[in-house]
Design a protein around this ligand. Sequence first.
Ligand SMILES: [Zn+2]
Length: 231
Amino acid sequence: MVNSSLPKIDRDVLMQGIVEGITKFESEFPLENFRKGDYKQHPIITLLTCSDSRMPVNVFGSIFNRIFSVENIGNQFRSSEGSVLYGLLHLHTPLMIVAGHTDCGAIAAAESNFVNEPMGIRNELSIVKDSLDTARRLYNVSNDESDLKYTLMSEVNVDMQVNYLLANPEVSELVKDKELLIIGVMVDLHNHYGEGYGRTYTININGERDTGKLKYDKELGLMAERAKRLS
Ligand SMILES: [Zn+2]
């Protein structure tokens, strides 16, 4: 997981970028909208995604007061269970997105020997590893040794997070009552799905993994056209 070829960054350039970001946020701050909502947060999406910097939260549209985002390595429900449940059970977002991606460093690290990592990293990687081991048993994942190996594991890792969510009685009740839709997606950063770089695919809805069925799921709307998986 350690990047050995860190690019040299000029500190002034780095700080300039941050100041530009802050200034842009200040100048575009949507005060009127914020006021209308009594200055409270009213997100409509709880997002569980990987911390990977190639997976920006704005893949799913505007962020401010719209996306309650939870990010950790390998997009694990159990690493941030409280934060995810807060979005669903207290903020009542009608949509939950679990997002995985190609070439996930956390998936690769969890599949390797990580005993020499610091305890904090070991703890989180153990959670990822357990998700992957359980997924292997459950889904009969092929022992693919090609470049797609980690992408296949990333897919079933997303499936597992949807399973963990549905195992929570309150969450599954919301899904049953159609107050919550859980969408599992894969962001294809590396064109592993063969339709272009940076495309997002729907791989799981409320636990349903059959893309043949997902394509005709009316609840999904336009996202139904994006139903595609490799595993
Ligand atoms: Zn990742």
